[in-house]
Design a protein around this ligand. Structure first.
Ligand code: KG4
Ligand code: ZN
Length: 295
């Protein structure tokens, strides 16, 4: 898969960038900065993007900006109003990451907690696969759960210390309990698919909301924002609205196309780095494990 992703980047990037430039109706010569994702991510895809950006910047005689993908997810909240006010806590939930971030300013972010193993989106996708859904399983679980009973099945929530998360235990518990029940009744999965989706979704969402509540209590910050593909989840949005009103806070949710991976969020991060004169060099390298603390 990592090699497949890198090859897909290589074959689609020139055409995609070309189309975006044409759609923008801005002449190429007017672009004075080219921004690229430095990390974190899959090394092959990062190398393709970085090399492409350097070539384009060289051809245009423009500057380069290296962007942190996780910071960019947070800054997706500033693409379209209403914008959150600083400081706020951002829950970033994607297929690769689960993070709680204290955002003091556009470029000043502190990691409060993150997953110690699987990302929540990864848990949704694996569980979706065992329930017979195509990849990614998250949206299907969301849809089927809307017709199910979230209290029908109980799954053990894993609690790690402080503001960190862990999703691998619940994923395994789900797998074994599903296999056990399917062995007992062969129609089990078909009969209870909606309830299984609703129950596992409620458990995963509760795990996220419990830690977010703890982060709010610890920091005293009541403004909440959300980012990443899992932000599309209907039940998560519902629970976050309840949590925000419970703590007398405010919730900000970017539109779905800005929650999933997108280039606008990279441009938004680059814009603020440009204002702070944070430019990259020709020697800048990809950083597959780039931490959130590095801007
Ligand atoms: O941020 P994203 O587009 O890509 C990265 O992983 O960086 O997130 C993709 C993830 C997948 O795991 C997908 O299952 C999940 O977002 N997702 C959802 C929903 N829509 C997308 N998970 C739960 N409910 C959804 N409605
Ligand atoms: Zn992402």
């Amino acid at each position: 898969m990592p090699e497949f992703a890198a090859r897909a980047h290589q074959s689609t990037l020139p055409k995609t960038v070309n189309e975006a430039i044409q759609e923008s109706k801005i002449p190429l010569a007017k672009f004075d900065v080219v921004a690229f994702t430095q990390g974190p991510g899959l090394v092959g895809s990062l190398l393709v993007g970085t090399s492409f950006a350097k070539s384009l910047a060289y051809a245009l005689d423009s500057s380069l900006i290296a962007v942190n993908h996780m910071r960019a997810h947070v800054l997706a909240n500033f693409i379209e109003p209403p914008f959150p006010t600083f400081p706020f806590i951002c829950l970033t939930v994607s297929g690769g990451h689960t993070q709680l971030v204290l955002v003091r300013d556009y470029l000043c972010m502190e990691l409060l907690g993150e997953t110690k193993d699987d990302a929540v989106g990864e848990a949704f996708d694996k569980i979706g696969k065992w329930l017979g859904f195509p990849y990614p399983g998250g949206p299907n679980i969301d849809t089927y759960a809307q017709h199910g009973d979230p209290t029908r099945f109980q799954f053990p929530e894993t609690n790690v210390t402080d503001l960190d998360f862990s999703f691998s235990g619940i994923k395994t518990a789900f797998r074994y309990s599903l296999a056990r029940e399917c062995e007992k009744h062969d129609q089990f999965m078909i009969k209870y698919r909606n309830d299984l989706c609703a129950s596992i979704q409620a458990t995963l969402v509760n795990m996220l909301c419990d830690k977010l509540k703890l982060a709010i209590d610890r920091t005293g910050v009541h403004t909440i924002a959300i980012a990443g593909g899992v932000a599309a989840n209907t039940y998560l949005r519902h629970k976050l609205h309840l949590l925000a009103s419970e703590v007398h806070g405010k919730l900000y949710v970017p539109k779905q196309s800005y929650c999933v991976d997108n280039a606008a969020m990279i441009a938004m991060a680059a814009y603020h780095q440009y204002l702070a004169n944070d430019l990259a060099y020709w020697e800048s390298m990809v950083r597959p494990r780039l931490p959130l603390s590095v801007g």
